[in-house]
Design a protein around this ligand. Structure first.
Ligand SMILES: C[S@@+](CC[C@H](N)C(=O)[O-])C[C@H]1O[C@@H](n2cnc3c(N)ncnc32)[C@H](O)[C@@H]1O
Length: 212
């Protein structure tokens, strides 16, 4: 689906990046911040759950959760290269029939998607300027919980992202990264009827689980 977001994400998250991510995943398993999401979702004790993974990249979250917690998943991503690799890996794992892949800016298609038990956003809010629109749309699709990772709101992350954005500007690449205000994300999700039930931190990433 053509959109500014998709064009930008296609350029940033292209085929080489997707192949490198898949290689890492096959070699080492899920990345550390993704493990926090997987543990948080597993802690809910669900079985046969439905998942929506927004900006799921190569699909690590559904590749993992379809093994035990989930019976179906929807993966919406603005990068066609990531979706292609995610689809191939789902086929290899025998999960292809259980996953619906959608190439779009999630905020454009959310209203057409049905509600699921759990929505996940792993390192996605930091790629999207309008976190309010993204999280509002994500929370409207969640019956039980949302688990997300985002950059910690620390001075060193703000500085690192400012440096990255400076180089993006110099390269005339419109893609930007964002350290969004954690308190504002929390108050938005509270307003949507979700309460934070756990938070875990790594050096760069923070994971929060919200439940209804
Ligand atoms: C940094 S990557 C993270 C990929 C994967 N979740 C991971 O942690 O490995 C960000 C992903 O979010 C996707 N993305 C960003 N904004 C999006 C939006 N509004 N709708 C759909 N996908 C989006 C990008 O295409 C990309 O696949």
């Amino acid at each position: 689906m053509p959109c500014n977001c998709c064009e930008m994400e296609n350029n940033t998250f292209g085929e080489d990046e997707a192949k490198a991510n898949l290689k890492d995943y096959r070699k080492r398993g899920p990345a550390n911040q993704t493990k926090l999401i997987l543990e948080a979702v597993r802690s809910l004790g669900l079985r046969d759950a439905s998942l929506l993974d927004v900006g799921g990249g190569i699909g690590t979250i559904h590749h993992e959760l379809l093994k035990d917690v989930a019976s179906e998943a929807t993966h919406v991503d603005a990068s066609s290269a990531y979706l292609k690799i995610a689809t191939e890996e789902a086929r290899r794992l025998g999960h292809e029939a259980q996953v619906k892949f959608i190439h779009a800016d999630f905020t454009d298609v959310a209203e057409n998607l049905r509600q699921v038990d759990v929505v996940t956003l792993d390192r996605v809010v930091c790629c999207y300027p309008n976190f309010r629109e993204l999280l509002k749309a994500a929370s409207s699709k969640s019956r039980r919980a949302i688990a997300l990772t985002y950059p910690r709101e620390t001075w060193w992350m703000k500085m690192a992202f400012a440096v990255m954005n400076f180089f993006q500007k110099v390269m005339r690449d419109p893609f930007r990264v964002f350290v969004h205000p954690v308190a504002e994300m929390e108050s938005l999700l509270n307003g949507e009827g979700l309460r934070k039930t756990s938070t875990r931190r790594l050096f760069v990433w923070e994971m929060s689980l919200y439940q209804r």
